[in-house]
Ligand binder design. Structure first.
Ligand code: BGC
Length: 258
């Protein structure tokens, strides 16, 4: 069963068909730059481009970097303010002619990790942190997602954590990896103090092995600390996985048992 997964980020929109049973991509990832300003209508057009690239006709799972409830975006910290109260699932379904399920990007990455990645089979309290333009979080208790956490906005030394310790901030203020890791360590200390996780998974761009080796030696946690093996594909895979039920026929459409 294949679903098109699309991950909408601050700099790029990436998509690929995903086998939602194995969590593997069925074709090479297609990426386009996120239009600026990233308004709902412009993003909807970009989503349409991804769909056209794969000549896709079928269910779509899509992430956005916002809290989502019932398909509606409720926050817009790193995206255009006009997203707030936008029924994103309806907007993208209208733009593509396909059934669309929308979820928060970090929650999607977390679901992929627990299903196919570093979190597979892990019980207890697991927190996945996606570190990129912002800091996104997905919290799991014995494998069950607590949806919509926004722990990237915890306060660290009186500052919003994602403004203090995201990868974008590292680049913007030209922090060395060691300097950035010092800030990120302060963030991890706060997360550990408040949530006592058993496992912390680092996702997003910083999970690439070439980047990991630059900072991981500076970080120390009580919890086990690992990087996500699905790297930057976790959002695509998780979004597709969560939309998997759109690919199954509704119960009344199923053939009667003989
Ligand atoms: C948003 C989250 C998102 C994270 C990562 C934060 O600014 O509030 O919803 O998951 O960025 O993109």
């Amino acid at each position: 069963m294949t679903v098109l997964g699309i991950d909408i980020g601050g700099s790029g929109i990436k998509g690929a068909p995903v086998d939602v049973v194995t969590g593997t991509l069925g074709a090479e990832r297609f990426r386009i730059d996120t239009p600026k300003p990233a308004t709902p209508n412009r993003i909807a057009k970009a989503v349409r481009q991804v769909v056209d690239h794969f000549a896709w006709k079928g269910p779509i799972g899509c992430t956005i970097p916002a809290r989502v409830h019932g398909g509606v975006a409720l926050t817009a910290t790193n995206i255009h303010s006009t997203w707030i109260d936008t029924p994103v699932d309806v907007l993208f379904s209208d733009a593509t002619g396909c059934p669309v399920r929308v979820m928060n990007d970090a929650d999607a990455a977390g679901v992929a990790s627990m299903q196919f990645g570093a979190g597979q089979g892990r019980k207890g309290v697991v927190i996945l942190l996606t570190v990129g333009t912002g800091i996104g979080t997905a919290l799991f208790i014995d494998g069950t997602l607590v949806p919509g956490t926004e722990l990237g906005h915890l306060e660290v030394l009186g500052r919003n954590a994602e403004l203090y310790a995201s990868d974008r901030t590292r680049k913007q203020v030209s922090l060395s990896w060691k300097q950035w890791a010092r800030r990120f360590q302060q963030y991890l200390d706060t997360v550990e103090f408040l949530f006592a996780p058993d496992l912390i998974i680092l996702g997003g761009g910083i999970s690439r092995p070439s980047k990991k080796e630059k900072y991981i030696k500076f970080l120390h946690t009580k919890a086990e600390l690992v990087t996500e093996i699905l790297e930057n594909e976790a959002g695509i895979v998780g979004a597709a996985f969560m939309a998997g039920d759109l690919a199954r026929p509704a119960p009344q459409e199923r053939a009667p048992r003989s």
